[in-house]
Design a protein around this ligand. Structure first.
Ligand code: MRU
Length: 371
């Protein structure tokens, strides 16, 4: 039963296949689960326009590359639902301004830019098409933006199968899998990317155990992934980030699966800070290292990872825990939210909705599939 409190909806919406982080059942009605309050409170926040969408992304009430693109796009739909435009040109200009603003909320993840490019391409085509009215143009843009949510769930399920089958073809036992950050239902339209592979292995009866890292400093692993693993009754263990070398030495880890904020043409991958060190450890311990990324997380316009802008976040995420200072005042901090893993360390493969590719195959395969 939902309890309405002003602009907040407190509810207990837990789906069998993962937590429902984005509620969009009716045009113009968007709510997101406030991930800043998890795992202790389940509070949904209404998103009424693009400004609300930008704030929710910037403040990380919603996070995870695919979820950022989906919520940003849906915030535009909610916004457009309350607007009237005299001409198609006015609508096109409005879209360009709002989408540029949404893209600016977090710079590293490419998914919001991917959604913006799709919507602006459609807008440009419709603007120049004489048979389409302003109302029809608005309708088509809103429908396209709405479609990202459902499509993302389908894509995640495909990647779950591709990733699970790929590693199972190389192993005949049940597997211990390590993951980092949160790539599940909370970070996507539903089901998840890397966590989607873990879910699929679990559903196939081939997951022996999942390990998730704490993921300092924002604790996406301990707060969010641990929460999703518990919700789905997946056998799992939480470790701190600095325990991963010992984990790989003491327990047989059969594969590491992670998500991506931006995979570039040569396969270099930006993902949550700590990904790179896990890839180095995986190489040393001979553990296959996989990146799970839908095509909306792949940016073929950049050639190498050196071009990726890495978001830097406030020092207070390091100096404080739950609002309490845990460091001496005045200490300098460096807090990059992401790092770039060189393609050569992605030894398992890059799992996409079109299949699993080596980093060197990615550019050609993606270009062919997206033609
Ligand atoms: O800062 P965040 O929480 O948005 O970072 C999230 C990650 O790095 C995820 O691994 C990535 O976005 C993929 S989510 C499917």
């Amino acid at each position: 039963m939902d309890k309405k409190l002003g602009s907040l909806v407190i509810t207990n919406r837990i789906k069998k296949m993962g937590t429902e982080a984005i509620i969009y059942n009716q045009r113009g009605q968007l709510s997101i689960l406030d991930q800043l309050l998890l795992p202790n409170q389940t509070v949904y926040v209404r998103i009424g326009d693009v400004e609300d969408g930008w704030k929710a992304i910037f403040q990380m009430q919603v996070r995870g590359a695919p979820a950022i693109g989906i919520v940003g796009s849906l915030s535009l739909v909610v916004d457009l639902n309350n607007q009237e435009f005299d001409t198609k040109s006015m609508l096109n200009t409005y879209l360009a301004t709002k989408l540029t603003y949404l893209v600016s909320a977090r710079p590293t993840a490419v998914n919001m830019k991917w959604c913006a490019d799709v919507l602006l391409k459609l807008s440009a085509e419709l603007k120049d098409c004489d048979e389409v009215s302003v109302a029809e143009m608005k309708e088509q843009i809103m429908s396209m933006a709405e479609s990202f949510l459902e499509k993302d769930i389908e894509i995640n399920k495909k990647m779950g199968m591709f990733g699970a089958n790929h590693i199972l073809e190389r192993n005949d036992k049940s597997l211990r899998i390590l993951t980092h950050c949160n790539t599940g239902s909370l970070a996507t339209g539903g089901y998840g990317t890397a966590l989607g592979v873990i879910r699929t292995l679990h559903n196939m009866g081939r997951l022996l155990h999942a390990y998730c890292t704490e993921t300092r400093p924002y604790n996406q692993g301990s707060r969010l992934t641990a929460y999703e693993l518990m919700q789905d009754d997946i056998p799992s263990t939480l470790v701190c980030d600095n325990m991963c070398a010992a984990l790989m030495k003491n327990w047989t880890i059969d594969g590491i699966f992670l998500g991506a904020d931006r995979v570039v043409a040569n396969g270099d991958t930006a993902n949550k800070i700590g990904t790179y060190q896990l890839a180095v450890l995986a190489k040393y311990h001979n553990v296959p290292f996989y990146v799970v990324a839908p095509s909306s997380s792949i940016d073929l316009n950049m050639s190498t990872g050196d071009e990726i802008v890495i978001e830097e976040r406030p020092a207070t995420e390091i100096t404080h825990m739950n609002g309490i200072r845990v460091t001496p005042k005045g200490i300098n901090c460096w807090n990059p939210a992401f790092d770039v893993t060189p393609a050569r360390l992605i030894t398992g493969g890059i799992v996409t909705e079109f299949g699993v590719f080596t980093p060197s195959e990615l550019n050609t395969e993606l270009s062919t599939h997206l033609k």
